[in-house]
Ligand binder design. Structure first.
Ligand code: SF4
Length: 109
């Protein structure tokens, strides 16, 4: 086995987390997925170092997403957040708000 093979086998294959994080509230009512809360099946949280924001946020002239109790965090790019494990959110729930759909649960390590 070459050194590069060893690195490949040691590489994590992904999170073993089995629960998803809910978007408990979203106050960004201009988002097309927001009608009485978030109805996106799985949002991606992005942003930049020090600021986490919802990458699924979109302002278009329709309201969409899925019916029922939706609003889950599918992935999170903010590795520096204390709740981030393997690019997933380990918080019980997050809140989103502001004009730019900030993740208000974000907490830098
Ligand atoms: S709380 Fe942290 S890990 Fe969870 S979605 Fe917000 S920024 Fe990402």
């Amino acid at each position: 086995m070459s050194p590069s093979d060893t690195r490949a086998t040691d590489r994590p294959k992904g999170s073993t987390m089995s629960t998803t994080t809910s978007v408990s509230t979203c106050a960004t009512t201009s988002c097309a997925f927001n009608h009485d809360g978030c109805h996106a099946l799985a949002v991606t949280i992005g942003g930049s170092q020090g600021t986490a924001s919802c990458g699924t946020f979109v302002t278009v002239d329709v309201r969409g997403g899925v019916a029922g109790d939706a609003g889950k965090v599918g992935a999170c790019q903010r590795l520096e957040c204390v709740h981030n494990t393997d690019l997933m959110c380990s918080a019980d729930a997050i809140t989103v708000g502001g004009d730019n759909a900030l993740c208000e649960t974000y907490q830098a390590r």
